[in-house]
Design a protein around this ligand. Structure first.
Ligand SMILES: O=C(O)CCC(=O)C(=O)O
Ligand SMILES: [Fe+2]
Length: 365
């Protein structure tokens, strides 16, 4: 991080952590400082593999950002929402339908959630190469810090995790790293991907049964979420129960998405998760998140690394038929363009379905 005089911006004060007795998921904590030695990496690879083949979510600590830098990043993440006038936000809106891209703003009310209720979630998504696009005026002085943060997310965190994922399948350590290049074309949509949720009306809460974002799996390979105190994220546990994710100061919450499911032949499962109304003592607060939704490069075909001895022993599950397997670009564009807009059809039980590029995508209630 640049350490000379930093541009002055307002401080974002998040809600205090909840005191409600919520039922939390019990997740492993991966200490990334142990990756400096080959023995440490093997130990962590086993831990990650255990987490990713059971619950599918884990925490990461000692990732390289100090507490003070973390606070600063949340202050920066708030700028696109609190310091940019509405008309400038509109001018920087993402071309979601046309370019099938989230880069720029997704303003509120774009997605249909349920029963005629639209979302109250605003995004400002920047590509990891912050120089590729223009940004609102208030963000320009902050780009050097955002750039450093993007590189930390990509090289220090994502690549380190991808090495552990490869080791867990007894693949060469750089197998997945080679499919996630910083400079390759591809959206890896979002480096700093702040998501800002506004409190909703009671009427919206009732109509949607308190669901802000329905159960889903993520599009990409690895989702890195910078832990924040407003409880709302829940994961579907292997026993079929929704459990809350608890907040750990300056930790990451990590999970795999559809692309990793495909590349790993079903070994690393994309866990279903959703966002619901926060507990009573956190209602009325805004909720600011920072994400790095990593995706393989555009041209990576979403087929299993069948050469993995672990996969050969476990059995390979093909997410897509080999002949029809999409590239990451096709999968991303199909999902981004359709999400929250297409009419869902009723599947089994509480599942709703939509068809994207000939592939059924499920939404879980
Ligand atoms: O807001 C959250 O905590 C999770 C959001 C999420 O799952 C997503 O945007 O894919
Ligand atoms: Fe998600």
């Amino acid at each position: 991080m640049p350490s000379l005089t930093l541009p002055q911006i307002p401080h974002y004060e998040p809600a205090p952590p909840t005191k409600e007795p919520l039922e939390y998921a019990d997740l492993a904590v991966i200490d990334l400082s142990k990756t400096k030695t080959p023995e440490g990496r093997l130990e962590l690879a086993a831990q990650v593999r255990e987490a990713m083949t059971t619950i599918g979510f884990f925490y990461v600590i000692n990732h390289g950002l100090t507490s003070a830098q973390n606070t600063r990043m949340f202050d920066i993440a708030d700028v696109p929402f609190s310091q940019v006038p509405e008309d400038e936000k509109k001018a920087f809106h993402a071309d979601i339908k046309g370019a099938k891209s989230y880069q720029g703003y997704k303003l509120r009310q774009y997605w249909h959630i349920d029963a005629g209720v639209r979302d109250q979630i605003e995004h400002y998504n920047l590509a990891r190469d912050v120089t590729k696009k223009q940004h609102p005026k208030a963000l320009v002085p902050l780009l050097p810090e955002i750039d450093a943060f993007a590189r930390l997310n990509h090289f220090e965190i994502l690549h380190t995790l991808l090495r552990l994922f490869a080791l867990g399948m007894e693949l060469p350590e750089d197998t997945f790293v080679k499919e996630h290049n910083f400079d390759a074309p591809g959206e890896s949509y979002g480096l700093l991907y702040p998501i800002f949720s506004y409190p909703r009306s009671e009427d919206d809460e009732v109509k949607t049964k308190n669901v802000w974002l329905k159960g889903h799996t993520d599009i990409g390979s690895v989702t890195i979420l910078w832990s924040q105190p407003v409880s709302a994220l829940q994961i579907l546990s292997p026993d079929g129960k929704w459990r809350w994710i608890s907040h750990i100061e300056n930790a990451l919450v990590v999970n795999a998405g559809d692309a990793m499911d495909a590349l790993s032949g079903g070994f690393y499962k994309p866990t279903i998760h959703r966002v619901v109304q926060p507990p009573p003592d956190q209602r009325g607060y805004t909720r600011l998140g920072i994400f790095y939704f990593a995706m393989p490069d555009n041209d990576v075909k979403l087929v299993p690394h069948a050469e993995s001895p672990v996969l050969q022993a476990h059995g390979i599950r093909w997410r897509f038929e080999e002949a029809n397997a999409p590239t990451m670009e096709m999968w991303r564009k199909g999902r981004v363009a359709a999400y929250g807009l297409t009419q869902l059809t009723k599947g089994e039980g509480n599942v709703e379905e939509e068809l994207i590029n000939g592939i059924v995508l499920k939404h879980y209630n």
